[in-house]
Ligand binder design. Structure first.
Ligand code: ISE
Length: 336
């Protein structure tokens, strides 16, 4: 049994606690930590009566009963918790992004490499989603030729007032940055952001929507519409246009219902429902891999690659220019 400690008991943290407690085989949440007492209590209540509560992440990490930690705090707080957990030699599952800058990711890479153990799996759950896996299989089959373009939309019904323009990259587009790189197996070399007219539902610190453009080494062009106050649903789309065919990711199947002279099909309204099975699958595989002492999912290096692209997009948000993307280091042999 893997005894897990969860750091961060907000909405995402509690969703993971529920998953680990009710739907994951071979794991148990033995402790939770949150700076906000109320949230820590709520998290512990989901885990069950004997779950310990900590205020400080360090106390949870150093609890000898905790063999593995989940880091589900906001992105800017990941680095500190990651470094402490690496120092303690604990197995780690970290929600995306790894860190909010590539520079911080390098510090984490350095610490993990020096520890000599593969400890971190990153929460890029879309790699476990059935629809994306089907698109990947289709590309891999070779029947449709080489990918040329990828069209994506990443729409949320709405976001909180603390969500600002850079978060459209760090929090939201980071998913496409990773999953498209994984789908087409090609590295990004440049980034640009177009800023359309702002929706009336946004606020002064958030340009919404945005169109993010990426180009890969082999010239594949990716356009990603990020629209986080679209109001109508959590709407994720992806189409890979290849030389001999276009592969569109299927959406979850819902019935088409005819009523009042209209036909309507449900659209999910949040990521917890849309990616429910993908989240379950990524966590179960992280738990299964613990016995083998390996990290089978997205690694710290994947987090770093996503971060250099995110950095370029954030620069492009203000410069309006085409920004270059280049890793500062070669991929360490440790991650090969
Ligand atoms: C959130 O953190 C997620 O990961 C969702 O998948 C994304 O759609 C949303 O924009 C983020 O804030």
């Amino acid at each position: 049994m893997l005894n897990v400690g969860v750091i961060g008991c907000g909405g995402m943290g509690r969703d993971h606690i529920k998953r680990l407690t009710e739907r994951t085989q071979g794991a148990k949440v033995v402790a939770v930590a949150d700076m906000v007492d109320e949230l820590a209590k709520k998290g512990a209540a989901v885990a069950g009566v004997d779950c310990k509560i900590y205020k400080d992440a360090i106390d949870l990490i150093n609890d000898p009963e905790v063999n593995a930690v989940f880091i589900i705090t906001p992105g800017f707080a990941h680095k500190a918790a990651l470094l402490l957990a690496i120092k303690a030699g604990k197995r780690i599952f970290c929600e995306k992004p790894l860190c909010t800058t590539a520079e911080d990711c390098l510090e984490v890479i350095d610490a993990e490499v020096k520890s000599g153990k593969h400890l971190i799996q990153l929460g890029f759950m879309r790699r476990y989603d059935k629809g994306y896996l089907q698109v990947k299989e289709a590309i891999k089959s070779g029947h449709y030729g080489e990918p040329l373009m990828v069209h994506c939309t990443h729409r949320n019904p709405e976001v909180g007032t603390n969500y600002d323009t850079p978060m459209a990259v760090h929090d939201t587009a980071i998913h496409e940055i990773d999953v498209i790189h994984w789908l087409v197996g090609d590295d990004f070399v440049s980034a640009q952001v177009l800023m359309p007219r702002v929706t009336k539902y946004s606020h002064s610190k958030l340009q919404d929507p945005q169109i993010m453009l990426l180009r890969t080494k082999n010239g594949i062009c990716v356009d990603n519409e990020v629209f986080v106050n679209c109001k109508f649903g959590y709407d994720i789309n992806c189409e890979v246009v290849c030389e001999d065919g276009a592969i569109k990711m299927p959406n979850p199947a819902y019935p088409s219902i005819r009523k009042n002279a209209a036909a309507a099909t449900t659209i999910d309204t949040d990521c917890f429902v849309r990616f429910h099975d993908a989240y379950d699958a990524e966590v179960q595989s992280w738990v299964n891999d613990a016995e083998k002492n390996i990290i089978g999912g997205p690694t710290t290096w994947d987090g770093y690659l996503a971060a250099i692209t995110a950095d370029a997009l954030v620069r492009a948000q203000t410069s309006g220019a085409i920004e270059k993307i280049k890793p500062a280091i070669e991929k360490p042999g440790f991650y090969k």
